[in-house]
Design a protein around this ligand. Structure first.
Ligand code: CMC
Length: 429
């Protein structure tokens, strides 16, 4: 029995057999069904916000939102967070397999030697206002990379793509660190090639007058785990932006500027910043019931709760809670943790949140860790963008090489005025 869907058009009595493959039907198969005698284009689907439409086939990340499962290239996120490093995970996401020892050494060397920024990029960043939001600085600078590396336009040249991959993975922490240093008026710190990926990032952020920055191994590892958790998340808003913009065959830097812009929004990567602001606004455990009441009345959202895909506990949030304990042992407890834990306890018992399957997502606790580590809230979305770079480029490259992909161009259902004649200005009421 072939795997098909039988559609009967009640108006004509005609039957159509639509093939089902990998749990989906091809939307273009519906075009053979005409909605009227004049219809040439045929039947289409209407799906604002892509609630039930797959836009690609992908081998990178698997999510089961009901079971709370997240896997990169088949490896469970829990195992990667426990045993891998961000750089190794980035390799896995980009190239499909865990690297051999020799491949990991070569990859680490390539990334380490691409961390420097062109001096003119520094000058460009200096042009921003002292209080410019670091995410605005980050996405503008990534966009500007396209003018520094015009060879990136050769998107069908494998060697060129690889070079841009090395540059992007290596340079985003430098851009992020410079954006931060700029915002607090401190001189930029050059990368230190003796340090790990996250160790060097902490060095570029926090080094003062000491000759060598001493990295706290617990914080270095915690940041690495957070980077692993944020590396990819299949077809979310920013990744769809990356694929959509990249489908015009623009260079990856321009596409990634758009992806970073999508991540900036408070419903996406800006949520961790919004969580911290929300916790500060609530201010004390006693004020939580009143806050929950206002959320239920539609006067705002419980930031860091809910997810389009996860309808159970976000597996990343579980790992982050453990990482938070490890960080707080070094930094001391974040005073907002008490409010967050109580907020979670109340929300998980409240009928409003239970019936809507709203659980803590990755952003609920990550901000508390970042704050304890000394990051200002404005840096939180930037800390999301650094590791997500590996996911964005992997998804972009998969799209570029996929023969089924074309320039992204959704349909619309036109509901505006019917054709009418132009009215001269003096005849308009
Ligand atoms: N607080 C209160 N109510 C909520 C929340 C929330 N955080 N999230 C969803 N709801 C309600 C929403 O009002 C709606 O209720 P009703 O059916 O009565 O109208 C119902 O739950 C379904 O919500 P939705 O907006 O249709 O769900 P969505 O899948 O479109 O939105 C979301 C997903 C993540 C944008 C949303 O849950 C949200 O705004 N959460 C807060 C922001 C946040 O934490 N974002 C980070 C997402 S995880 C990191 C990432 O991948 O970017």
């Amino acid at each position: 029995m072939p795997d098909t869907l039988t559609v009967t058009d009640n108006r004509t009595g005609k039957q159509y057999e639509i093939p089902i493959k990998d749990g989906v039907i091809n939307a273009t198969a519906l075009r053979q069904i005409k909605t009227g005698p004049e219809d040439i284009a045929g039947l289409a689907t209407y799906d604002p916000a892509f609630m039930n439409t797959a836009s690609c086939r992908s081998k990178i990340t698997y999510i089961d939102g009901d079971q709370g499962v997240l896997e990169y290239r088949g490896y469970p996120i829990e195992q990667l967070a426990e045993r891998s490093t961000y750089l190794e995970t980035a390799y896995l996401i980009l190239f499909g397999e865990l690297p051999s020892a020799a491949q990991l050494k070569e990859w680490t060397t390539q990334i380490t030697f691409h961390t420097m920024l062109h001096e003119n990029i520094k000058k460009l960043m200096e042009g921003f206002q002292y209080d410019a939001h670091p995410m605005g600085v980050f996405l503008s600078t990534v966009g500007a990379f396209s003018t520094f590396y015009p060879d990136a336009k050769k998107i069908f040249d494998e060697a060129s793509r690889k070079k841009q991959i090395h540059r992007l993975i290596a340079k985003v922490p430098s851009v992020a660190a410079y954006a931060y240093r700029h915002s607090i008026g401190r001189p930029y710190i050059y990368p230190d090639n003796d340090l790990s990926f996250t160790g060097n990032f902490l060095n570029m952020l926090f080094r003062m007058t000491e000759l060598k920055y001493k990295v706290d191994p617990a914080l270095e590892r915690a940041l690495d785990v957070l980077f692993i958790l944020h590396a990819d998340h299949e077809q979310n808003c920013s990744t769809s932006a990356m694929r959509g913009i990249g489908s015009s065959h623009v260079d990856p830097y321009s596409a990634m500027a758009g992806a970073a812009a999508a991540l900036y929004g408070p419903l996406h990567g800006g949520a961790n910043e919004a969580v911290l602001r929300m916790l500060n606004e609530i201010g004390s455990v006693q004020k939580i019931p009143d806050f929950i009441k206002r959320v239920k009345a539609g006067e705002g959202r419980l930031m860091g709760f809910g997810h389009r895909v996860y309808k159970s506990y976000d597996p990343r949030a579980k790992i982050i809670k453990k990482t938070a304990d490890e960080v707080f042992e070094v930094t001391g407890k974040n005073p907002l943790l008490e409010i967050a834990l109580e907020l979670e306890r109340i929300a998980l018992q409240d009928e409003y949140f239970v019936t809507r399957k709203l659980y803590p997502n990755v952003d609920f606790y990550s901000g508390l860790i970042y704050q304890a580590m000394g990051f200002p809230v404005e840096m939180f979305p930037v800390l999301f963008a650094i590791p997500r770079t590996s996911g964005w480029i992997a998804q972009w490259e998969e799209m570029i090489l996929d023969p089924e992909q074309k320039i992204a161009r959704p349909k619309q259902v036109y509901i505006g005025a019917s054709r009418r004649d132009y009215v001269p200005l003096d005849k308009r009421s």
